[in-house]
Design a protein around this ligand. Structure first.
Ligand code: SIN
Ligand code: FE2
Length: 215
């Protein structure tokens, strides 16, 4: 199949959140089956775990990683690590379908040549949430963040450059992709507690893929 021709037929529309940030509605839908199969493969090698924050709290979101670097947290702080601390081995390679989607989404948002070296995989079960934060553990902020939503819908909070800035509430559905970079790269963001529900493919969970250029 000619992927580019196929992509033109995707019912996808764009919503701008602010300069440098937009939602690509349904952008991941054509690849959902391969994306979910790839998630299975990754978590078979690097299983879901609830990381501990530097403050000693267990995160409600379960995480895994693939790519050259994985984002991890423990009592000593947040960092990117080339090894999975659970196994002592390298993280699973980034599946081609992940890389391709991240690249295409970034390009649609105006960030050409995005080459992620890290993909954090977040699993939200009902009640799991992610408090307001900036993605700032990456070495340079020139590359955008690309975030893919699968499964149950969630409310994404998209704030400003200061923690106290007002936040937009963005409903994210299965297949939506959010990209933020450039002037929006360091905007605060988070996810409200996941509401109960059953998604036809994923059941009572939401999976989020967050692509970054860590190094
Ligand atoms: C994140 O900020 O790492 C995840 C955002 C999301 O789950 O939508
Ligand atoms: Fe984030």
């Amino acid at each position: 199949m000619n992927h580019d021709l196929f992509a033109d037929e995707v019912p996808c529309w764009e919503e701008t959140l602010c300069p440098g940030a937009l939602v690509l509605r349904g952008q991941a839908l054509p690849q959902v089956e391969s994306l979910l199969a790839a998630v299975e493969t990754v978590v078979a090698a690097a299983p879901w775990r609830h990381l501990i924050t530097p403050g000693g709290y267990r995160m409600s979101v379960a995480m895994s990683n693939c790519g050259l670097y994985g984002w991890v947290s423990d009592e000593t702080g947040y960092r990117y690590d080339a090894q999975d601390p659970l196994s002592g081995r390298r993280w699973p390679a980034m599946p081609e379908v992940f890389r391709q989607l991240a690249r295409e989404a970034a390009e649609r948002a105006g960030f050409k040549g995005f080459e992620p070296d890290a993909c954090l995989i977040n699993r939200y079960e009902v009640g799991a949430r992610l408090s307001l934060h900036q993605d700032k553990d990456e070495r340079d902020y020139g590359a955008p963040i690309v975030s893919v939503s699968l499964g149950l819908p969630a409310v994404f909070l998209f704030g400003g450059l200061r923690r106290s800035d007002p936040q937009q509430r963005v409903a994210l559905a299965h297949g939506d992709v959010v990209v933020w970079g450039g002037p929006a790269r360091l905007r605060y963001h988070g996810v409200l507690a996941l509401k109960a529900g059953t998604h036809p493919l994923l059941g009572a969970q939401r999976i989020n893929l967050t692509f970054r250029k860590a190094r």
